[in-house]
Design a protein around this ligand. Sequence first.
Ligand code: MG
Length: 456
Amino acid sequence: MSTTKLFGTNGIRGLVNIELTPEMAIKIGAAIGTFFGQEKNLLLGFDARTSGPMFAKAVSSGLNAVGCNVYLAGLASTPALQFGVKNHTLDGGIIISASHNPPEYNGIKVIWCDGIETSHEQETEIENIYFNNKINYVLWNQIGKKYSLLNINEEYKNAVKKHANVQKIASKHYHVVIDAANSVGGIACPPLLRELGCKVTTINANIDGTFPGRLPEPRPESLTVLSKTVQAIGADIGVAFDGDADRSIFCDNNGTIYWGDKTFAVVIKAYLHKNPGAKIVTPVSSSTLIKDTVETNKGELIWTKVGSVTVSQTMKTEDANLGGEENGGIFYRPHQAVRDGAMTTVLLLNIMADTNKSLAQLIAEAPHYFIEKGKIPCPDNKKTALQQKIYEQLKTENISTIDGIKIWFTDGSALLIRPSGTEPVFRLYAEAKDAAKASKLIEQYSAKLTQILLTL
Ligand code: MG
């Protein structure tokens, strides 16, 4: 890990006992506790990873050492922990999870009192405390206390249920397959759906931090068992969660798995139908399908920088109730303004029951775009100059510079050009209504960028 940064785009992440050790976790806990302040009350939980209990103990020792009280939630999904912080009016929370990363990773994510992840500015404050040894250790008689708060999964389940159209869903007798990634997605969602009258078949639902079923990133290529199970047993819908169950990817009754933009579009359409003119928040990297769906259904689209925290914060400041990312993270603020896999599942079941349509039918109603990706090498020290030059050459077009450069062309196709945050490359994402046009955009703009780069 770097000597000045702990946090990446989504909390602290690292290889267990190589990049992230229990020794560091104690100090990180103490830095986080110092940031919150003495006598503050923090909720602490972990996902299924083998290193979860180890890091939870280390972090809680650090928190106690600076006088913070720790409420131990045990195994919990990220959305359940986020809900627990708000529901118990605690000062904040910490979830030990590396989300979708493989089992050899773990991470530490900090939650603010509103249930949303801490902002990048707050993360910088924690890093400053950690690296500059500004930790406020307390005296022996001020050490924080530990309490158990083991009901948060049940409370979370009941909270999501409040947003379900219980009778309508129950009347449909849906058969749902849940692929829980051998992690915390299997705790609240299966009993919740059974309470809604669904027949539930689970796969990979035993807690096992070696993730024997599949990797915790729910990508179509790793979800073949879900797809085949849905087809084999004639289920109505399948859902797969990532390692901490904030993201959900769905498959229809034919076993077809959809990327998150497709399901988000279905949710947007139904939401705007009931809430005309409502604001929809999404990162600028989202598909043109999202833009089309919001415009066609007369909503107001609000673009943000890439990153789930930014989406949550924007929903709060803009007073928007629905947000989403194309990786399967949907934010429904009437429940909580964060990504939530179980909440998303209930939203989709509500829509299926309301419209009397299958997921396949609902998705077929939306336009289809072809996506092509490309990248060109670009040294880190030339990224800013390259972006500036591209902007100068393109500024007459319909573009946005919220994050990278996004161009919307008059024929409905779109292109996003973004410097990678981790590699010496610029990435290009093209979308068009036919595949050839998308490939052509990548080809054309890769050449253009390479040419500009030669002049820098
Ligand atoms: Mg996640």
